[in-house]
Design a protein. Structure first.
Length: 131
């Protein structure tokens, strides 16, 4: 059953990310410096690889969060959400901010991606303890 919790949590966080990045696509593209075509769409071949990598990453993060929550004795939905918030806000986002600072990325990119990390992990933690 724990495997299903991990998959459900990963899918929930991935779904939030899909909605988040659809709503933030133009600011994210500008902050990331992605070249666009005459219609404002990113140039490239439209590969599915980023989506596959993203989904696999969500499964890995959800699996590790399940382990951490279990080890810490966090068993409630609220506790999972708070722990997930902490993982996103105090582990993932600072690391991303450091990487973006060294690569001289715009601060807006850190904010946009940081919101995804924080809310995605909050959702993930809640879902992991929801059933």
């Amino acid at each position: 059953m724990e495997f299903l919790n991990v998959i459900a949590a990963a899918l929930a966080a991935f779904a939030f990310g899909a909605v988040w990045y659809m709503s933030m696509s133009k600011p994210w593209i500008a902050a990331a410096g992605i070249p666009v075509d005459e219609n404002g769409r990113p140039q490239g071949n439209g590969s599915a690889a980023p989506f596959v990598v993203g989904l696999l990453a969500m499964v890995v993060v959800a699996g590790m969060m399940r382990h951490l929550l279990g080890s810490a004795g966090v068993t409630t939905v609220g506790g999972g959400a708070i722990a997930g918030f902490g993982v996103g806000a105090f582990l993932i986002t600072p690391w991303v901010a450091m990487n973006y600072a060294f690569s001289m990325r715009k601060p807006a990119l850190t904010v946009i991606d940081g919101v995804n990390s924080v809310i995605g992990c909050t959702i993930m933690g809640a879902v992991l303890n929801a059933f």
